[in-house]
Write a protein that binds this ligand. Structure first.
Ligand code: ADP
Length: 384
């Protein structure tokens, strides 16, 4: 095998919080790692064996970084996929595979993929640019309201806008995009699937995401989701189908909408550790991060069930504060049973920037959700 206290090296493109949490597993197992990130202050820099500062979108940088690696993975989708193809040709095991990432990086291609694969998703239409979209609206081919999504580089809702009027249309940025039908969402759900190179999979229980009403960002992740057994089974079956369609290696986080009428639609996927799986560090038999490493190294997958119910709350920068970060009331929240804070180590806070998360575990889900609300109230991420 050669990874455990061995000469083989795992590379990670991106050294943000997801990289940092992956690295706690490689530390536990004494696996040698190398991380590439544009920021010299990235949270992952401390836990890897070798840190390289560089641009994840630059072909030469990524090829030079990956050339001597045995396995290469990502913690962010926006990386140079042509470089990954070159590395694959040179014999590096790149997971997720370049072909998978190329589809997922582009929201328009991703939606076409679901349509082709007969995977339920909201109706949509792709446009080469915003002008073409405006023309379609002008011809009454598309009607308000609809959801505009930029094809590329979306992140935490930044490339997504609800368009209700001609005025909203004017505020859209240029570039390839889609118009998606507005879904009457009852709940947003998530399923994480992990897949080994030969196709063996492990599926985590369905989780539910509660959103911050203004920031359009996930505020709480609830595990297990408070839905019927039937919905849970249907969502799991859809996620399994999505995983089979992509034939990815490693984690695939599948985001779904449960509509007011009880329909399940795939929104999008992420082929990497995901915010909706952070709860698994404390609550599941095998954390998503360990599971990802198991799959990448082609090791047996671990048990995905929960040991207790869990609610994760994201710690984001408070509105009105920008600058060197300060965490208020850490001592208070640590006094509550079952509270597990994670501080990512970003030096600067900004409104709604993801700075950490707290997982509350409890035998009773209702109680865990209640404590999560208290933690959210108490914990303040501000600047000094
Ligand atoms: P991102 O990749 O930036 O997270 P998403 O496609 O997940 O973007 O959209 C962000 C959020 O916007 C979703 O979680 C959901 O709340 C809302 N949203 C996205 N698509 C639709 C839709 N078709 N109808 C209604 N709400 C939507």
């Amino acid at each position: 095998m050669g990874f455990f206290s061995g000469a083989k090296t795992l590379g990670i493109l991106g050294g943000g919080q997801l990289g940092k949490m992956l690295l706690s597993v490689t530390r536990q197992w004494d696996i040698s790692t190398k991380v590439l990130d544009p920021s010299a202050e990235s949270p992952g820099r401390l836990a890897c064996n070798e840190f390289v500062q560089g641009d994840l979108m630059d072909y030469d940088t990524v090829v030079a970084f990956g050339d001597q690696l045995d396995v290469l993975t990502i913690e962010i989708e926006n990386v140079n996929t042509a470089a990954l193809e070159t590395l694959e040709k040179r014999g590096v095991a790149v997971y997720p595979q370049a072909k998978v990432l190329k589809i997922i990086q582009n929201k328009c291609l991703q939606k076409v993929f679901y349509k082709e694969q007969n995977i339920p998703t909201a109706p949509f239409e792709n446009f080469a640019d915003t002008t073409a979209l405006k023309d379609a609206v002008g011809r009454a081919q598309i009607s308000f309201p609809f959801v505009w999504k930029s094809a590329a580089m979306g992140y935490d809702g930044y490339g997504v806008k609800v368009v209700r009027s001609n005025q909203d249309l004017e505020s859209l940025s240029e570039g390839p995009c889609m118009a998606e039908e507005m879904v009457p969402i009852k709940k947003e759900l998530g399923v994480i699937v992990c897949r080994r190179p030969q196709g063996e999979i492990a599926i985590y229980p369905l989780v539910e995401m509660e959103f911050h009403p203004e920031a359009n960002q996930v505020e709480y992740v609830i595990s297990p989701a408070r839905v019927s057994k039937k919905i849970s089974e249907q969502a799991t079956a859809i996620a399994k189908k999505v995983s089979q369609a992509y034939q990815h290696v490693g984690l695939l986080a599948v985001e779904l909408f449960l509509t007011q009428t009880g329909e399940l639609l795939v929104n999008e996927v992420a082929p990497r550790p995901h915010n909706s799986g952070h709860y698994s560090i404390e609550a599941a038999y095998t954390s998503q991060f360990e599971q990802h490493i198991r799959a990448l190294l082609d090791l047996p997958l671990g048990k995905t069930q929960n040991k207790a119910a869990a609610v994760m709350v994201n710690l984001v920068g408070k509105e009105g504060f920008s600058g060197p970060v300060h965490y208020n009331n850490m001592d208070q929240i640590l006094g509550i049973e079952g509270v597990n804070p994670h501080i990512y180590g970003k030096k600067e806070t900004r409104p709604f920037r993801k700075m950490g998360h707290v997982t509350i575990i409890n035998e009773d889900l209702h109680q865990a959700r209640k404590i999560a609300g208290q933690v959210k109230e108490m914990m303040e991420v501000i600047s000094k």
